[in-house]
Design a protein. Structure first.
Length: 60
């Protein structure tokens, strides 16, 4: 069974850098409080590291 990550957006993107806004959209987020279950792989981990100040991550 593949591991997954539960990602919740905790902050808005108003005033954030354009690259951070695009990363949030690519993760499937966009509103404060929205959650997504994403696969645990290096590309997703890198994206989450990039916007770690805007999201909360829980391992499943």
């Amino acid at each position: 069974m593949a591991k997954s990550l539960l990602v919740k957006q905790t902050s808005g993107t108003i005033g954030a850098q354009t690259q951070h806004k695009r990363t949030i959209k690519a993760l499937g987020l966009g509103r404060i409080g929205k959650t997504r279950q994403l696969p645990d792989n290096p590309s997703v981990r890198g994206m989450l590291h990039h916007v770690r100040h805007l999201v909360e991550v829980t391992e499943e």
